[in-house]
Design a protein around this ligand. Sequence first.
Ligand code: AMP
Ligand code: MG
Length: 315
Amino acid sequence: MDPLDQAAACIREGKVVAFPTETVYGLGANALDPMAAARIFELKERPAFDPLIVHIADLSQLQLLTPSKDPRLTRLAEAFWPGPLTVVVPKTERVPDLVTSGLPTVGVRMPDHPMAQELIRRSGCPIAAPSANKFGRISPTAAQHVTRHMPEVDFVLDGGETRVGIESTIIALRPDGYVILRPGAITREDLNRILPESASPVAAGSPEAPGMLASHYSPAKPFHLFTPTLLQRLDPSKCGFISYRGNAPQGFARVLTLAPDGDLKAYAAGIFGAMHQLEASGVECLVAEPVPEQGIGIAIMDRLRKAAHEHGLPG
Ligand code: AMP
Ligand code: MG
């Protein structure tokens, strides 16, 4: 049987399927079935306060999820869907409270990956899906990352490596414009071409931005952002170094260079894969080189800071 048919049958039976999107692999279930959504939380060991993003393949599925007729949503969809942008909109009663962690809103996006779109179409329902990793760990950008960390998933669709490599940009709409809840590959500059940015920023920890924890995306080994003083505190011969353009300090046991020609998109596409590779290797700790905070670099630094946070060392 075609793997896509098998995966779609699983979704219709209320099971959980890992599938590729252009951002990272998702852990998907029928977004309108609370029991199926509950299984995502259980498999991920995800706290119930952290809502799921719902994925659609067609604009006609929007009306199942939101009563909103906000014309800005149509403009955003025309500009960025299918693509790595999640928009938070008021939810309908059809969307289970578990999916939105009790919020009156739901995050929706249309992924730009043929397998994701085909899975949603063949399943016949919108698919709720967080990244297919245990809560707080590194997001998967290849099918083997999923099988290594979550062997208990009902079905894994293999679509090779993901193109973008970091999770979607998430925005909310306010009367005076949009606010970014999570940076991603769709940048502020991209959004500003379509909509004005709201004058009031989102307060960290506000109910508008649940699940935005300081620590997230962490490898199971200590992870640090590189600063020159770090070399006084750790032995590079026991560490792996994730380099931006290849200018790695001397002495590291392994060096992975992600963007020799300086393309930040290549760094984003490779960062989680590099973390997975070093996590599974013999090194004791991981060090990543910071990148310039411009364009997608803002989203990359957001992920690197969150990955480093758990291990307590500044910088
Ligand atoms: P992910 O872990 O990539 O699936 O992204 C889920 C994140 O989307 C959550 O941690 C929230 O921060 C955000 N999110 C999802 N739904 C909503 C919502 N209704 N309101 C605000 N943020 C949301
Ligand atoms: Mg995630």
